[in-house]
Design a protein around this ligand. Sequence first.
Ligand code: UD1
Ligand code: PEP
Length: 418
Amino acid sequence: MDKLKIQGNGPLNGSVTISGAKNAALPLLMASLLTDETSRFYNVPALRDVRTTLSLLEQLGARTETDGDKVTINTSEITNLIAPYELVKTMRASILVLGPLLAKFGRAQVSLPGGCAIGARPVNLHLAGLEQMGAHIEVDGGYITAKVEGRLKGANIFMDMVSVGATENLMMAAVLADGTTILENAAREPEIVDLALCLNGMGAKVSGAGTDRIQISGVTALKGCDHSVLPDRIETGTFLVAAAATGGRIRCEKAAPETLDAVLSKLREAGARVECGEDWIELDMQGKKPRSVNIKTAPHPGFPTDMQAQFVALNSVAQGTGVVTETIFENRFMHVPELQRMGARIDLEANSAVCRGDNQLKGAQVMATDLRASASLVIAGLVAKGDTIVDRIYHLDRGYEKIEVKLRGLGAKIERIK
Ligand SMILES: CC(=O)N[C@H]1[C@@H](OP(=O)(O)OP(=O)(O)OC[C@H]2O[C@@H](n3ccc(=O)[nH]c3=O)[C@H](O)[C@@H]2O)O[C@H](CO)[C@@H](O)[C@@H]1O
Ligand SMILES: C=C(OP(=O)(O)O)C(=O)O
């Protein structure tokens, strides 16, 4: 199993190119199931989750070709409508084949994703929305079996929690439904806007994406697409926090600053000078230590839960005390005990982490437990005195493209140990 060895060596400095967003790429690739034609995607990140998605699509009968960051998918011969446990257990986003398969082929069988390190993560909203659109759904033996007679029917769906995945699944189901679907209390994440943009490019009629009310007028068929994946706002935020924690100065190229308002505002509060252009962000700590910040996660445009762990690492070395409150997932503080092993002074109180800064972390052997927890350990390793070994980095490889290569480009001493 690969590990990362990090030797804390001062401020990050330089320029880094941001990859396409994992959380945009996964639903976009699944959307190729909605057409018989060929779809072409650009700026697709080379990630484990993308490879898993392509394997899943291939199992269903799609033909895929990857050439650098371009992925071509032909879905003219989908022969299998089952997403098996072996793949779904490694990537929860596999549930996103359910809406497209049901809308296009009238049936699908998808393994229940089950819980994961950060929480239970049920899919009740996905299933309830599809049922409202006329699907008959059974859950048995760990599998969701969904069927519909003829086409799905447009419906007015109110989701009583804001869910990114349910919004995406129902949006993809609704584009081929008979009639109009309204999704109320929809998630407003930039990745949903990107999906709507792609679907409209395929001939769908989606409006309101980016607001909490999305309207979809169903059409009978969609064509293939040519779509470039949105830049990864979480990868961008992770590099910016790493630079801030080390007192450094970096420039993120090919980024999407407009998707990062809440994160940039917290970085400014932490004392960073942040400047943005159309597709770049520069952060400069001017050699200073960051100040601790208080954070409360919330659905977009609130502060993203996927950036929470990185800010816990930042607060652990910043000046003063910062309180980080997690409101989206019930178990997303798995990084805290590992950071404590490096000397971080953090108290967990209900769903808050009270981080006392003014502290020098020390390198240690730590274990990655989930994707963003891993990122926080890497950041801690960059500011710690001595060597840090991060184990189980397969979590990191799900969502960060060549993170050690990119960090080395910024001057970090980090290597992958096979
Ligand atoms: C691949 C992808 O895009 N993953 C992102 C997506 O995950 P994902 O789409 O799984 O997250 P959701 O937005 O659905 O989850 C938000 C909350 O709603 C709950 N819930 C969700 C669905 C449901 O049917 N019932 C239910 O109770 C979840 O348990 C969680 O507490 O959004 C999360 C929240 O921004 C991010 O952390 C993930 O990185
Ligand atoms: C939780 C995350 O991803 P996923 O929903 O794929 O588990 C994440 O990207 O931080």
